[in-house]
Design a protein around this ligand. Structure first.
Ligand SMILES: [Ca+2]
Ligand SMILES: [Ca+2]
Length: 242
């Protein structure tokens, strides 16, 4: 009889091992958190979402995240909409760091593609500048009733907001082409003069080159721009409105 005890214990250990492996397999769900779209390029306010992709059958129960941005480049303009976890509480402290918290009362929580929040950012820096939207997941739990389990995301993807290059139209800023550099000086006068002599070789943007707004670019514009560089108060430029 004693001989039978040993295989029985071995069997029990084997079963425990099997269960443990099975548990590990069951827990091997994939969850990723991302800023969507990853790259925003805009000259005006734009919306970004924070998304959670998960195949956890218990779904998402709660989330706490921070998003860090450069306030010299973009400004947080407020929450556009809550997501699938319900109301998101957002604290901005210090400026440039948003702490966002939401918890759903549902068990299981939403699963699959889960929207956390929609935020609006507005450009305040110069064209061509970019700010990271640096996302950190502080805590994420699933929607297990009474016993939410911590989810460690497999990946967290930051976003980026770039101010569209050349979006800010500065009248007379024809050089460098395209887009200009936000300033007017002798380089712009020279470029406009060359354009009048050889348009194909020295392209300009009509809106910035027609500085007297008469519908064409000619020596009148070059002379006005030259005078403007010499005395900005006396010679205002008058580019046509869009
Ligand atoms: Ca320029
Ligand atoms: Ca003109």
């Amino acid at each position: 009889m004693k001989k039978r005890t040993i295989p029985t214990i071995a069997t029990v250990i084997f079963i425990i091992l099997l269960v443990s492996v099975a548990t590990n397999v069951a827990a091997d769900e994939t969850t990723s958190v991302l800023v969507n779209p990853v790259n925003v390029e805009s000259d005006k306010c734009d919306t970004v979402s924070i998304m959670i992709e998960t195949d956890d059958p218990q779904g998402i129960g709660s989330a706490t995240m921070t998003l860090v941005y450069d306030p010299l480049v973009v400004d947080y303009n407020g929450k556009v909409a809550d997501g699938d976890l319900g109301g998101v509480t957002i604290n901005e402290n210090p400026v440039g760091t948003l702490t966002m918290v939401a918890a759903t009362g549902a068990s299981p929580g939403p699963t699959g593609t889960v929207k956390f929040v929609e935020l609006e950012f507005c450009p305040v820096g110069d064209s061509g500048e970019c700010s990271d939207l640096d996302l950190t997941v502080t805590e994420l739990t699933d929607g297990t009733i009474g016993n939410p389990q911590v989810i460690v995301p497999d990946s967290v993807t930051d976003g980026e907001f770039c101010i569209l290059n050349g979006a800010v139209i500065v009248c007379g800023d024809v050089a460098p082409y395209p887009g200009g550099d936000g300033m007017i000086g002798m380089g712009d006068v020279t470029h406009l003069l060359n354009h009048v002599g050889y348009p194909a070789g020295y392209p300009v943007e009509e809106r910035t080159g027609d500085v007297n707004c008469d519908g064409r670019i000619d020596m009148g514009d070059v002379i006005l721009l030259l005078n403007r560089v010499g005395d900005s108060a006396k010679y205002p430029l008058g580019c046509c409105e869009e």
